[in-house]
Ligand binder design. Structure first.
Ligand SMILES: NC(=O)c1ccc[n+]([C@@H]2O[C@H](COP(=O)([O-])OP(=O)(O)OC[C@H]3O[C@@H](n4cnc5c(N)ncnc54)[C@H](OP(=O)(O)O)[C@@H]3O)[C@@H](O)[C@H]2O)c1
Length: 169
């Protein structure tokens, strides 16, 4: 599969020091600033997700975004979402020149990593020994760091974390 050059494909993820992203169908931890950052970055755009990630959303489809769910499920379980069968089909729903966000999970990140133009990483400075879902290995020689914002742990954030944006070389 090749990327249609008129669409900018962005992967957005919160990952621990070992690229862990999830456990038992949920996030590894909840960092309120990261949820805010995710909302700010993705609002107004199309978000594409795997079926399990959709099932993990507490209130279903994300507001102010076009939600696309990839699944082989034919049941009518995805209120407010466009349901597709493949990454190729998902991308047909994006407009020319649009910035589209792949929001997980592990299976979908693996399927789209090679297509990505931008990575929005929230690196959580901790290793969760019980993570069961992972982001693919990143070869940082292939990426240019364009933004970096470090945050210390505080009352609302149990772990320090860094927002990083990379563009493909
Ligand atoms: N840290 C983060 O930023 C972040 C973000 C998102 C999710 N997560 C976590 O990641 C975990 C879920 O990830 P996951 O890997 O288990 O599942 P997932 O990628 O969310 O969903 C997997 C399902 O989506 C469909 N699918 C995904 N990729 C596909 C492809 N290329 N072609 C066709 N169908 C595809 C299939 O659905 P069917 O089986 O229905 O056919 C597949 O079983 C959860 O723990 C979640 O909390 C973390």
């Amino acid at each position: 599969m090749t990327n249609n050059n008129s669409i900018e494909i962005c992967l957005i993820v919160a990952l621990d020091e070992n690229n862990g992203i999830g456990r038992d169908g949920d996030l590894l931890c909840h960092l309120s600033n990261d949820l805010k950052h995710f909302k700010e970055v993705t609002s107004g755009h199309t978000v594409i997700m795997g079926r399990r990630t959709y099932e993990s959303l507490p209130k279903g489809a994300l507001p102010n975004r076009i939600n696309v769910v990839i699944t082989s499920d034919t049941a009518d379980n995805y209120q407010g979402c466009i349901v597709v069968r493949s990454v190729e089909e998902a991308l047909t729903h994006c407009k020319e020149g649009e910035k589209v966000f792949i929001i997980g999970g592990g299976q979908l990140y693996r399927a789209t990593y090679e297509l990505a133009d931008l990575l929005y990483l929230t690196r959580i400075h901790h290793t969760f020994s019980d993570a069961d879902t992972f982001f693919p290995e990143i070869d940082f020689d292939e990426w240019i760091l364009t933004e970096k914002e470090m945050h210390a742990a505080d009352d609302k954030h149990r772990y320090p974390y860094t927002f990083l944006t990379f563009r493909k070389k």
